[in-house]
Design a protein around this ligand. Structure first.
Ligand SMILES: *[C@@H]1O[C@H](CO)[C@@H](O)[C@H](O)[C@H]1NC(C)=O
Length: 138
């Protein structure tokens, strides 16, 4: 009954993935380039940008009337259109500094959940990609 065995193995993998992901959210990430201004969160006060350059802007769901400002998120690349884009096992922590809808520097693609600085993006994925699937958690 190889088929039945395969069925149970698949079920196990799906359940394991579900429980493993249950404390993190799944979304997408784009990237944005300099010049960086934390306009929506800090009225262009550049001293609010972490010196590590690990920061991000957020889409409207996460923005939620500015509630997202200054939050820290752990972000991991899970897949992308182009195989091999994600850097396996890499996670980056970013500070939320802006709203993607109105950022002065525009996202590489609209509608991403998070828009990472180039420094943050290239820590988890091939920097030539413009859009990746991510798992993120506060
Ligand atoms: C922030 O800078 C941008 C670009 O220079 C400018 O268009 C915008 O009005 C500034 N916003 C604030 C709040 O100073």
């Amino acid at each position: 009954m190889a088929k039945l065995q395969l069925f149970f193995q698949s079920l196990f993998v799906i359940l394991a993935a579900f429980f493993c992901l249950s404390h993190a959210d799944v979304g997408t990430a784009a990237q944005y380039k300099a010049p960086y201004l934390p306009t929506a969160c800090y009225g262009n006060d550049s001293s609010q940008l972490p010196s590590s350059n690990l920061f991000a802007s957020v889409n409207e769901d996460i923005w939620y009337f500015g509630a997202a400002c200054a939050r820290q998120y752990l972000v991991r690349c899970i897949s992308a259109a182009q195989p091999g884009t994600c850097k396996p096992g890499q996670t980056v922590q970013v500070k939320i500094v802006d709203r993607a809808l109105s950022s002065v520097s525009r996202p590489s693609q609209n509608d991403a959940t998070l828009v990472l600085s180039t420094t943050a993006f290239e820590m988890i994925a091939n920097p030539s990609a413009s859009f990746i699937n991510i798992e993120f958690q506060q």
